[in-house]
Design a protein around this ligand. Structure first.
Ligand code: SAH
Length: 240
């Protein structure tokens, strides 16, 4: 009997993959995934069969992985965590009676946070600005409510050529609720080759370097920068 591992490979650098994820890939006969992510783990795939497709073929990829897993050990990989804008949900929606195991990974918000300090120390949320599957009005509502609720916000899929103005428009929504000196971090390629970071405030924020390899983290009303580190206090230092 076969098995399908749904593997979150982490942000990209092999050191940031879980031991369980690495074992699942090593144990697999076949690896299925988007080309860019396959590249990150090339050295541990070695001569295994690889089925890689481009963007936009998610359903085909999942159907194929489920089918192959009937009598082979298969890993379908997502970057970060497979359950955060990854393949885990779609696999379970399409699953009939296949043997599926989900293996978690370090998602982009956590990877990016670690690079700039400790911005996610308090209640926080992820919002994807991709409107491929979510209407833009709903995205803007979520940004508005998260801002109102004082959540630290990690923006995934922050800016693409097809929707160059969304990020600026969403930052304008956030500005209605947060002070101008609220820290904003742009982390590109966190914990993998090509990593870069920029720290702004809401007032000075510029989205020139933001792309689809970036995560944008906006602090809450308490966040601040100390010695270059982006910190959101949990409250331990407040005298009660
Ligand atoms: N399943 C992935 C997210 C996929 S959505 C996860 O859990 O991380 C793709 C978006 O994730 C990108 O547009 C970017 O916003 C973010 N992302 C993924 N890897 C990243 C990295 N190493 N550094 C910064 N952002 C990253």
């Amino acid at each position: 009997m076969g098995k399908l591992y749904v593997v979150g490979i982490g942000p990209g650098g092999l050191d940031y993959m879980t031991i369980k994820a690495k074992k699942a890939i090593e144990e697999s006969d076949i690896i299925v995934g988007y080309k860019t992510y396959i590249k990150f783990i090339e050295s541990i795939i070695q001569d295994k069969e690889v089925i890689s497709t481009g963007m936009g073929k998610e359903k085909e990829r999942c159907v194929k992985a489920l089918e192959l897993s009937k009598d082979k050990i298969v890993s379908i990989i997502s970057s970060g965590d497979a359950g955060v804008y990854g393949m885990a949900g779609l696999i379970l929606e399409l699953r009939k009676d296949e043997n599926v195991e989900i293996i978690p990974g370090v998602t982009a918000s956590l990877a990016s946070a670690s690079v700039v300090g400790a911005p996610l120390m308090h209640d926080n949320c992820n919002i994807s600005l991709s409107d491929l599957m979510t209407p833009y009005n709903l995205i803007k509502d979520r940004v508005e409510y998260a801002s109102k609720g004082d959540f630290i916000i990690s923006l995934y899929n922050p800016k693409s050529k097809g929707r160059p103005h969304y990020l600026k428009e969403c930052m304008d929504i956030i500005k209605k609720y947060r002070k101008g000196n609220t820290p904003v971090a742009v982390v590109k390629n966190a914990l993998r080759d090509g990593e870069s970071t920029e720290i702004f405030t809401l007032e000075t924020f510029k989205d020139d370097n933001v792309d689809m390899f970036s995560t944008v983290i906006i602090g809450n009303s308490e966040s601040y920068i100390k010695d270059g580190f982006f910190i959101t206090p949990r409250g331990y230092l407040i005298n009660k």
